[in-house]
Design a protein around this ligand. Structure first.
Ligand code: ZN
Length: 241
């Protein structure tokens, strides 16, 4: 079975279309979206509809909740805040309700778990940045692998005698140990690689493949500026920061 897993689209339609086309080419069986469909980019409504059409599992990101009014935006930086307020105006009442109703965690049988930030406090949308942060989520993980997003930086943590991390793009999933895979961001990568990031989990091969793809960055960035959103939100796409 093949899962197409993607996260942090952030209303970047150009990036999302490239990733979805690749999932189609790979003939994935199931889609899992790890949240932050909207926020920052210029096409929130179009991206939300494309994700919905896939009829996969979709879980909530902090921007999805902020835009739908479920999360306080006092802790968002000024650019993010501006994007939240702009995005709210672009979505219908029904689309906002869809975002509000997203779940924080999903367990796919005994195969995998999906969350946006952490398993220990999914509603807090904290970041897993250290081995200790990873340990707290690994402790609560009931499946061999948990996929997450949020930081926009692909990285894998493995539980062993200690927690180790790697930036490998091919990750073996063992049933006798537990793994956290941050799959990076479709629409706003921040690891200084501007290519769209996502993954394919092949359960027969027991392997996760982190994939990167080019998309029309100039077009996506141009639309952000045209929409009157903060210019930096377009600029950063070119550098992957
Ligand atoms: Zn995000």
């Amino acid at each position: 079975m093949k899962f197409g897993i993607y996260s942090d689209i952030h209303a970047n339609l150009e990036a999302l279309e490239v990733v979805l086309a690749e999932f189609e080419r790979e003939q994935v069986d199931h889609f899992i979206c790890l949240g932050d469909i909207v926020g920052y980019g210029a096409n929130p409504s179009e991206c939300l509809e494309l994700v919905r059409e896939r009829e996969g599992i979709t879980i909530a990101g902090n921007h999805d909740f902020a835009i739908s009014g479920k999360l306080n935006i006092d802790f968002f930086n000024s650019y993010a805040k501006e994007a939240v307020l702009w995005t709210r105006q672009q979505l219908s009442r029904e689309q906002l309700q869809y975002l509000r109703d997203l779940d924080l965690v999903h367990e796919w049988g005994d195969t995998l778990t999906a969350v946006h930030g952490t398993l220990n406090f999914p509603e807090m949308f904290d970041y897993i940045q250290t081995s200790y942060d990873a340990h707290l989520s690994l402790e609560l993980l009931n499946n061999p692998v948990c996929f997450l997003g949020h930081s926009h930086v692909p990285v894998t943590f493995k539980q062993g005698p200690t927690v180790t991390f790697s930036m490998e793009s091919e990750i073996e999933i063992e049933t006798d140990s537990k793994t956290l895979v941050n799959i990076g961001s479709v629409g706003q990568p921040r690891d200084e690689n501007p290519r769209s990031s996502f993954c394919i989990y092949d359960t027969d091969l027991k392997k996760v493949f982190i994939r990167r793809m080019d998309y029309d960055i100039d077009k996506a960035a141009g639309k952000i500026i045209e929409a009157g959103l903060p210019e930096i939100l377009g600029e950063r796409l070119k550098y992957g920061r």
